[in-house]
Design a protein around this ligand. Sequence first.
Ligand code: SF4
Length: 175
Amino acid sequence: MIGSQNSCLKKSLHTLLDKVSEQEKLIKANHNSVKLERLWEKGCIVDDNFNEEEYVVNSLSASSRSYNLTIITTYDCNMTCDYCFQSHLNKISMAAAHIDTILARIVNKIVNKKKSDVKIAFTGEEPLINFDFIRMFLEEFKNRIVSKYGITYSVVLITNGTLLNEKNNGIFKHS
Ligand code: SF4
């Protein structure tokens, strides 16, 4: 008698647990669909056929008064981080001879694309290995472009920080 009562109890318990689990699944599914809807509304999720690259390029170039420029000053680095995906095999660096070409490109954007602000990011593997290039470039940029065209500008340095010192830090403070 007690045995059959236990088995009935177990059966009811299983049925109850199954119902709870079904309810949980429904709540989760509903929750996920609300989340998806919100992401869709905010444009975080788009149709498979939507050309995201074209959209970003067009919106950046059409609406912004800024010209964004990223300069890889070197393919060399002073660190050997385990997780690094860079090869460090090609250690070439940007030479002073390239400054004129880059400045000409900036002038072209200011004049032809009516840009009034220039955002420059120096990166590399470790950009400060080629600090001389950065120093010379900023000097020429300020002398030949900033005052002449009356533009605003900002400089970003993407660095591992190990080569920062009073001397090279100063140049960014006054940029
Ligand atoms: S500092 Fe950056 S570039 Fe250099 S090894 Fe580490 S992850 Fe790579």
